[in-house]
Design a protein around this ligand. Structure first.
Ligand SMILES: Cc1cc2nc3c(=O)[nH]c(=O)nc-3n(C[C@H](O)[C@H](O)[C@H](O)COP(=O)(O)OP(=O)(O)OC[C@H]3O[C@@H](n4cnc5c(N)ncnc54)[C@H](O)[C@@H]3O)c2cc1C
Length: 478
């Protein structure tokens, strides 16, 4: 498999806008978008100039880690990477950051100053406004799970080119998952807390534990689980927040660097499903530190959890930037620089969790498949009032199935998984995961929430001429 050119609008990097037609790709599944112009503003005045004189529709982008059409535009794509400022206010316990700042950098800088975001997504390579844009979540029922929920103020350039500040819940509840449809966000202020550490434990069980996962998640600061149906096992990550003085410099490697050499080696046999089953077992073994295969899996990735000494450990204490989040860097060392990755992700009300498991078991019984990356991934979030959040007004379990795309074709069981969870257990598709084609096939079957209707109304007020819309907004009725 050939490594793609995963770049957006690199040839125009020195200019404010480039008028040649430009293609850019989602990094994970290599979904391609074509715009007429690209822009790299460095100041707010430059953003205003782009909106007033450039070619609409406009689409601000972050790190391009979304896989759906949410990142595409036929007009002007605005790369916000230059907006990466960082400023802490110790009096109000807030941090104000540029919208393009990467989450991993923000959490690390906060750590140096003795603060932290209470929770983050599990991948740190996303931008602040991009993460908010799709409602990117972590896994906690006790704290704010989404970046948007921690946001108390944001500044944006609106459709008419003016600058606006939003700090009232009546506005923020729409901006917290904005999908890039409301304006170009250039600055975000988030609540922060005094620095803490995370005591993480990895455990493994037979799959009979599946029924109890929702209850187990309830009492934890953070809790995640991975189900390996072919070997009938479940791995859990239990995280307790502990005093910052607790000793430990642990590191969690959910999304680690994978050496390009190993990626090239692996790409040879991966077209065979049997090899995927071997990899599924290897991933499970790596998570639980199975010594029999550790030497093999350690070639592919560093230990899943380590106290910092480079060896696997089933428990470790460390800072949230290294224990809740992980990031491959540089991008050439991320799995998706060699492999096209499909991500199928649906949010289900927690009361329907058991039904969702039964559906997945039924799909597996009819179409057996193995998952070479992280099994079936479960995370948990509390209910929210944010209009476009998948957790809108319900406690949620996020169910995710990631796999490799061979020869550009997604496996068909992925769409079956989405369709059945959406139609049978009121599933809501993750805006930034799932492919363009899956959205067009399945989203029309999804229940439209009252929150979505309110967002549509808000968007039509704030951007009456559809300056920030795209095909994805048309699909959503925005
Ligand atoms: C390896 C990996 C792990 C992931 N882990 C998680 C996870 O733990 N939890 C989770 O929920 N998701 C996860 N995701 C999905 C990812 O967090 C979301 O897709 C997120 O939105 C990507 O952020 P981004 O900076 O790449 O934004 P982009 O993908 O570039 O953009 C996302 C949206 O935000 C808008 N946007 C971006 N910047 C601006 C701006 N300045 N102003 C206005 N609109 C803007 C865009 O228009 C678009 O609508 C993961 C993705 C990958 C590849």
């Amino acid at each position: 498999m050939k490594r793609p050119i995963v770049s957006t609008v690199g040839i125009c990097v020195l200019a404010l806008t480039c008028s040649a037609s430009v293609t850019y790709k989602a990094k994970l599944n290599w979904h391609e978008c074509t715009a007429q112009e690209s822009a790299y503003p460095k100041t707010v005045a430059e953003i205003q100039n782009i909106i007033q004189t450039g070619k609409p529709p406009f689409k601000a982008i972050g790190a391009l880690h979304s896989t759906s059409d949410v990142i595409c535009t036929s007009g002007t794509v605005i790369n916000m990477a230059s907006f990466d400022s960082f400023s802490i206010d110790t009096a109000t316990h807030t941090v104000t950051v540029g919208s393009g700042a990467h989450l991993q950098n923000v959490q690390s800088a906060l750590q140096s100053a003795g603060y932290a975001l209470i929770h983050t997504t599990q991948f740190g390579g996303i931008s602040i406004a991009g993460g908010m844009g799709t409602g990117a979540h972590g896994s906690t029922l006790r704290h704010n799970s989404n970046l948007g929920e921690m946001t108390i103020q944001l500044k944006a350039v609106l459709a008419n080119g003016t600058v606006a500040t939003f700090n009232q819940d009546s506005d923020l509840r729409h901006w917290r998952t904005h999908l890039g449809f409301l304006g170009v966000v250039f600055e975000v202020t988030l609540n922060i807390v005094p620095l803490f550490k995370v005591h993480a434990s990895i455990s493994h069980y037979s799959e009979s534990i599946l029924d109890d996962l929702g209850t187990l998640a309830t009492d934890q600061d953070t809790f995640m689980a991975w189900w390996y149906p072919n070997i009938e096992k479940v791995v859990t990550y239990t995280g307790k927040f502990v005093d910052v003085a607790t000793s430990g410099s642990g590191v969690w490697n959910l999304v680690p660097d994978v050496s390009p050499i190993v990626q090239d080696l692996l790409s040879v046999p991966l077209d065979l499903q049997a090899d995927w089953c071997v990899l599924e077992y290897a991933t499970y073994s790596d998570m639980v530190g199975n010594v029999l295969v550790r030497d093999v899996t350690s070639l592919i990735r560093p230990p899943f959890l380590t106290t910092g000494n480079g060896l696997y450990s089933s428990s470790a204490v460390g800072y949230p930037a290294s224990m809740i989040m992980s990031t491959c860097s540089p991008e050439s060392d991320c799995t998706w620089s060699s492999f096209q990755v499909a991500s199928f992700a649906v949010a289900v009300p927690i009361e329907r969790f058991a039904d969702a498991i039964a559906i997945i078991q039924d799909i597996l019984s009819k179409t057996p498949f193995c998952l070479p990356l992280t099994g079936i991934f479960f995370r948990f979030s509390a209910a929210t009032d944010t209009s476009m959040a998948v957790e809108y007004k319900r406690t949620t379990v996020h169910i995710e199935l990631d796999t490799l795309i061979v020869d550009g074709v997604e496996p068909s069981y992925g769409r079956t998984f989405l369709r059945r969870l959406v139609t049978e257990v009121e599933g809501r598709m993750h805006w930034g995961k799932n492919s363009r084609d899956d959205f067009y096939a399945i989203y029309p079957l999804q229940n439209i929430t009252a929150g979505t209707k309110e967002f549509i109304l808000y968007a039509s007020t704030i951007d009456p001429n559809g300056v920030f819309r795209n095909d994805f907004s048309t699909l959503l009725g925005v």
